[in-house]
Every structure is written in C-alpha cells, then in structure tokens.
Design a protein around this ligand. Structure first.
Ligand SMILES: [Fe+2]
Ligand SMILES: [Fe+2]
Length: 135
C-alpha cells in the first residue's frame, strides 16, 4: 500500500499543478517503497535527489504564476516554499553524509510536509487562479 493515496480533496483546481503534486506524491511513495524493501543508500539517495529537484521545479512553477498574475499572498507563500525546500535539502544532506537514514518518521514528515502545504497554502490560490482563467 502506498504511503499517500491521491485524493480529489488534494486538488487545487488547476490541472497542471495537480499533476505536479501527483508527481511529488509518486516520488514520496517511491522513497517509501524503497525504504520498505531495504534498498541501499544509492537508490534511496537517488530518489531523494529527484524529490529535491522536482520540488524546486514545482515551487518555481507556482511562483512564476504568482508573479505573472500578481497573487496577493505571494510573499507569504514564497517564504513557505523556501522553508520547505530548506527542510528537505537539509534532510537530503544529512542522508548523503550518513548522519541519518530514511525511516518511517522521515516518511511521515515528508508526507505531512507535502500534504499540509497543498491543503493549506496551495488551496488558497484556487479561486484566484480560476478567476484569472487558469484551470
Ligand atoms: Fe504546490
Ligand atoms: Fe505552494
């Protein structure tokens, strides 16, 4: 069973962003799967690296839309992105330096890290984007 099951409740009503969020869910699920099957450091590190890179790509995608449409919550939302990136990067660094390992606590942390942001800050832009003709 995957760690995160995509739910329509997670939809932010913008198709491209939903598909990017689904990709992030998939990466976290892959990491979880790798952990469960006792995959080595190399494989887990690779997925983690993919997660860090895709997160950066996804956040900058959202931020470009904020700038383009002058989204009122831009500053707050960008600050939250920055904190999230720092968290996942610092975990990836610790992992790469052998200071920590991928555990169920880490997996739950990543799950909350993503889902709380989607359900909180991301959902707040749905109406704004939809009213600007972005679906
Ligand atoms: Fe997002
Ligand atoms: Fe976001």
């Amino acid at each position: 069973m995957p760690l995160i099951n995509w739910s329509e409740n997670y939809s932010v009503s913008v198709k491209e962003i939903d598909s990017q969020h689904k990709k992030l869910v998939e990466l976290i699920n892959n990491l979880h799967e790798g952990m469960k099957h006792g995959k080595g450091k190399e494989i887990l590190g690779g997925v983690l690296n993919e997660l860090v890179n895709y997160t950066a790509y996804h956040f900058s995608f959202e931020e470009k839309l904020f700038d383009k449409y002058v989204y009122p919550e831009t500053i707050h939302h960008k600050r939250e992105h920055q904190k999230l990136v720092e968290k996942v990067k610092s975990f990836a660094n610790d992992f790469n330096n052998g200071k920590t390992t991928v555990s169920i606590d880490v997996m739950n942390f990543l799950k909350d890290w993503l889902i709380n942001h989607i359900q909180g800050s991301d959902k707040k832009y749905s109406e704004f984007f939809n009213s600007n003709g972005i679906y």
